[in-house]
Design a protein around this ligand. Structure first.
Ligand code: HEC
Length: 161
């Protein structure tokens, strides 16, 4: 009887892991579906299509980080910054407009998380346009650049004047 119970529990856990998705488990990070309620803190356009960062970036921060953003200091755990990234399309008169959504680079401050140990206390992640986590070597592809902003806790954006 006990054996059956253990086998049943193991199966339940396995099914649970499958439905949660390994990737999300590994990152300890789910896509912040409430990001549309965050505060817009800045934008950026990269027109070079060969760049991995090509597109129109709109940055949004949850309430947790806004005070640190204003002051320019270290960010508290739980701060989330979402980059809503769109294709940049040139129109009449050189206007650049948003095309299709390309995805969401995201940073989440979680100084005690294993996934943030080598990346300045932030979990870096890249989600596709559907909010699914993509496999990335975020230390190399995100943090190696973001660490240049170490005076502002790896965050480049500054309050607009
Ligand atoms: C070549 C350098 C570089 C790389 C690589 C890079 N970023 Fe950034 N990122 C920037 C810069 C510069 C800004 C801010 C631009 C501004 O001030 O508007 C930024 C902004 C951001 C922001 C908004 C917060 C902030 O720092 O201003 C997030 C979130 C973000 N990047 C996530 C990522 C993720 C996730 C990756 C990897 C998939 C990544 N970035 C790779 C340079 C980089």
């Amino acid at each position: 009887m006990k054996k059956h119970l253990i086998a049943f529990l193991a199966m339940a856990v396995a099914i649970g892991l499958l439905t949660m998705g390994w990737a999300e488990m590994k990152k300890g990070m789910e896509f912040a579906r409430d990001w549309t309620g965050y505060k817009h803190i800045g934008s950026l356009v990269i027109t070079d299509r060969t760049s991995t960062l090509f597109g129109i970036h709109h940055f949004y921060m949850n309430n947790k980080g806004l005070e640190a953003f204003k002051k320019g200091g270290a960010y508290p755990d739980g701060t989330v910054i979402v980059d809503a990234l769109y294709e940049a399309i040139e129109g009449l008169g050189g206007i650049l407009n948003e095309g299709k959504k390309l995805g969401y680079p995201v940073m989440k401050k979680a100084s005690k998380a294993a996934d943030a140990k080598e990346t300045g206390g932030w979990i870096f992640a890249l989600f596709n346009a559907d909010g699914q986590l993509l496999e990335k070597d975020v230390k190399k592809e995100c943090f190696e650049c973001h660490k240049a902003a170490k005076d502002s806790d790896c965050v480049f954006s500054r309050p607009l004047k």
